[in-house]
Design a binder for this molecule. Structure first.
Ligand code: KIV
Ligand code: ZN
Length: 516
């Protein structure tokens, strides 16, 4: 594919997606998501904002080590410290990109940065040159481009391209633009900036008015050849453009789009489930492509049409984006080899035999409780085995809960805490409340519960329940997860998972806040 017909997909789930309140991810979670994105053949993975905290730095570094096929990118403001930190974190990458940005709209320059336009221009050029010490692959974003003055934007873009920027990314930071205007902005910039042929033009659209995908696609029709997007549209406020919608629109409407992505769309559902499982952000049932109802034909007229000819109501096939019907894939008698080969078919890799053995013994335990094991169960089980870490100071040993009509529910719990077993009992308004209180009796975490949600992984009353718990302490928010056929046990596991995360406090900076 030439530069004109290749549409570069830049995924920012791990950076802008993570900026959604409550969506923070651990280093290991980021590595797991980045591997899934790599399998989908995403071109660029923005792994984080290395200056934000030691944890962010380590996560970008870990993704840079783990990913070989996609370019790994780190975000940096136009400050020397930010750029050096990003360059350092990206050292292990097979292909590294530094993404530096500064706001160019009048309101941002005056009110947020308190800088004159000429200072902004100078700093942008300086940052791009400094990034050149670490890599030739440099992206520059004039933040809030959608509300910036056209002539100033042209001057900044020309100057950063001269300084070495190879990608110029135009963000619709606050989602204010309309598709026809935003497309026209891209077309005019490409026409007016004298050296525009020396860089790829990219777009990064937020969804405040529900227009992120529309704005991005309009930009593509007007010459943009990179789109920044996130899985499930995760992101700040109303989110970013949804990757799955961009890919499938371009693929489905090849009669309109003069370009193609090289992505493997069949990996979409795996990525979607992984991101929603890790962040605890459930996907709405009617969400395009990845929502549970996206391919369900309920009404008689639709069903009749689809049975006669699929094209009557279906413009895409569910299996093309990785939806598989609930299929019984394994059972109690399946052996290690069958388990390993199903994992392989699902694109799940285990780094070591020890991890594979651990997942296999979890599978055997599950198969004893639940006779039919579906792909979704295997995915949840893999997520589960990634949840526990050797560094966890808190583990569930056993839990007994009594719940009876007319009686107060009561829980008795045994926890492994920093090497010793401790026991507590508590009553509560329900069995989950009693279990959480019993945990708190022992750990006294001082956290506030912000979210408790249970989803069934497959249908049927023997399905595993997948629980997400969100805890907050001192401004820090973490998500915990747990899955089990017993939802009270799944709840306790997810609470313990969250506690294990929150006792490693870390203060993170937000990239678009602080002064420059
Ligand atoms: O929305 C935005 O402007 C951003 C920039 C950092 C690219 O996320
Ligand atoms: Zn953004």
């Amino acid at each position: 594919m030439s530069i004109n017909d290749k549409l570069i997909i830049f995924d920012t789930t791990l950076r802008d997606g993570e900026q959604s309140p409550g969506a923070s991810m651990t280093r290991d979670e980021k590595v797991r998501i980045s591997r899934a994105l790599e399998r989908m053949r995403v071109d660029v993975i923005e792994a984080g904002f290395p200056i934000a905290s030691p944890g962010d730095f380590e996560a970008v570094q870990a993704v840079a080590r783990a990913v070989r096929e996609s370019t790994v990118c780190g975000l940096a403001r136009t400050l020397d410290g930010d750029i050096d930190r990003a360059g350092e974190a990206l050292k292990p990458a097979a292909s590294a990109r530094i993404h530096t940005f500064i706001a160019t709209s009048p309101v941002h320059m005056k009110k947020k940065l308190r800088m004159e336009p000429e200072q902004v221009l100078e700093q942008a050029v300086h940052a791009v040159k400094r990034a050149g010490r670490y890599t030739d692959d440099i992206e520059f974003s004039p933040e809030d481009a959608g509300r910036s003055e056209f002539d100033f934007l042209c001057r900044v873009i020309e100057a950063v391209i001269d300084a070495g920027a190879t990608t110029v990314n135009l963000p619709a930071t606050v989602g204010y633009n309309l598709p026809h205007q935003f497309g026209e902005l891209i077309r005019r910039l490409i026409e007016h900036v004298p050296n525009s042929d020396k860089a790829i033009f990219s777009v990064h659209c937020h969804n405040d008015l529900g227009l992120a995908v529309g704005n991005s696609l309009s930009a593509v029709l007007n010459g943009a050849r990179q789109v920044e997007c996130t899985i499930n549209g995760l992101g700040e406020r109303a989110g970013n453009a949804a990757l799955e919608e961009i890919i499938m629109t371009v693929q489905t409407r090849q009669d309109i789009f003069p370009c193609q992505t090289g992505l493997d769309a069949t990996q979409i559902m795996t990525c979607s489930r992984l991101v929603s499982g890790i962040t605890g952000f459930a996907v709405q049932p009617n969400k395009a492509i990845v929502g549970a109802n996206a391919f369900a034909h309920e009404s008689g007229i639709h069903q009749d049409g689809v049975l006669k000819s699929r094209e009557t109501y279906e413009i895409m096939r569910a299996q093309d984006v990785g939806w598989t019907a609930n299929r019984i894939v394994l059972g109690k008698h399946s052996g290690r080899n069958a388990f390993r080969s199903r994992l392989k078919e699902l694109g799940i890799e285990y780094g070591s035999e020890e991890d594979l053995n651990d997942a296999f013994s979890r599978f055997k335990e599950l198969a004893d409780k639940k006779h039919e094991i579906f792909d979704e169960d295997i995915q949840a089980l893999v997520t589960e085995s990634g949840l526990e870490s050797k560094d966890d100071w808190l583990k569930l040993v056993s839990l007994k809960v009594c719940s009876e009509t007319g009686e107060t529910p009561h829980a008795s719990i045994m926890l492994w805490m920093d090497g010793t077993e401790k026991q507590a009992e508590c009553s509560g308004s329900g069995p989950v409340d009693a279990a959480f209180r019993a945990i708190e009796e022992l750990v006294n975490s001082g956290t506030e519960l912000q979210l408790y949600s249970v989803n069934n992984i497959t249908s049927g009353t023997d399905s595993q329940g997948e629980v997400t718990v969100r805890l907050q302490k001192g401004g820090r928010i973490v998500n915990g997860h747990g899955a089990d056929t017993d939802i009270v046990i799944a709840s306790a596991k997810s609470y313990i998972n969250a506690i294990n995360k929150i006792i490693k406090p870390e203060s993170r900076a937000h990239p678009q806040m602080g002064d420059v």
